[in-house]
Write a protein that binds this ligand. Structure first.
Ligand SMILES: [Zn+2]
Length: 294
């Protein structure tokens, strides 16, 4: 399918937004989308805000999210950001096929950056107990590794989801133990690609800055999950582990993206998840890339 890979350039770097598939969030497994995505939204405002995005709150019974990973070819190095959900559901796990469609095998990946350790971002790490990207250097923020591999996650997550989240995290992280690099500074991993500490959604979430020539891309992962989080950055989602931090991180990154006029990529936004952050009144607004091209 042609719409599963989206090619774009950042300066001299060739980039591809790679679909891992989609996932539908619906009751009874998940709360209704308006509650799942905007837990603390005031009751008197949410209906109006959703209507402004052509959503009728009473008819919004399920939310289908794209899962989109990023590949950057710097010319010297092929960098994969996040590995998708693997076999989490029958509608995900398409990353390897979509890489293959580009003529890229798992052995060709030089660096894998894990933005965080939720199931939809690390589910493609391991197959039959072994790392899928055999030649790659792997990177995650130190706090994120500590959170999922120690008792921290047990005490911080709610009863409803913690067992499955912790299980998936450990299954997909621990086999990497001897080769994964735990970073604790905002370092440049390869020329032009830098990690940015962005805690809140999870304690050690990383955003990734890609710079080549005059072009910039900011991969913000799950700092925002739905475009409405850009217009309403104080509304957090049920999956945000530390809400106060996610709100502060959103303000920081949305400001940065606006000032730098960066292209932005968000993992859960409609494919390819690319767009710009526009200043609007005292806040921000999402402009998907397709609208800019028109
Ligand atoms: Zn996610």
């Amino acid at each position: 399918m042609n719409n599963e890979n989206y090619h774009f350039k950042i300066g001299a770097f060739g980039c591809i937004a790679l679909s891992d598939g989609v996932m539908t969030y619906a009751p009874p497994t998940f709360p209704p989308p308006a509650v799942f995505l905007f837990c603390n939204a005031p009751g008197d405002r949410i209906e109006k805000v959703l209507r402004g995005h052509n959503i009728n709150i009473h008819q919004w019974i399920q939310w289908t999210s794209s899962y989109t990973c990023l590949l950057v070819n710097t010319g010297k190095c092929r960098v994969l950001v996040d590995t998708g959900a693997g076999r989490l559901s029958s509608s995900t796990g398409k990353l390897l096929d979509n890489l293959k469609n580009e003529g890229i095998t798992p052995d060709d990946i030089d660096l894998v950056i894990l933005s965080h350790a939720h199931p939809d971002h690390i589910g493609g790490n391991i197959s039959k107990g072994k790392p899928v990207f055999t030649n790659a250097r792997w990177v995650i923020w130190e706090d994120e590794w500590q959170f999922w591999t120690t008792e921290q996650a047990e005490s911080r997550l709610d009863e409803h989801s913690k067992e499955i989240l912790i299980n998936i995290a450990r299954t997909n992280l621990l086999p990497l133990q001897s080769k994964i690099e735990l970073v604790h500074e905002e370092v440049e991993l390869v020329p032009g690609i830098r990690v940015i500490k962005s805690p809140g959604h999870t304690p050690g979430l990383l955003a990734i800055s890609v710079v080549s020539g005059k072009d910039r891309l900011l991969y913000i992962s799950d700092v925002v999950i739905h475009p409405i989080h850009i217009a309403e950055p104080e509304w957090f989602a049920a999956t945000d582990v530390i809400p106060d931090q996610v709100i502060a991180t959103r303000h920081k990154l949305l400001n940065q993206a606006t000032l730098e006029k960066s292209l932005v990529m968000a993992f859960h936004f409609p494919f390819p998840g690319l767009g710009y952050i526009l200043q609007k009144d005292k806040g921000w607004q999402w402009q998907p890339i397709e609208e800019k091209v028109k």
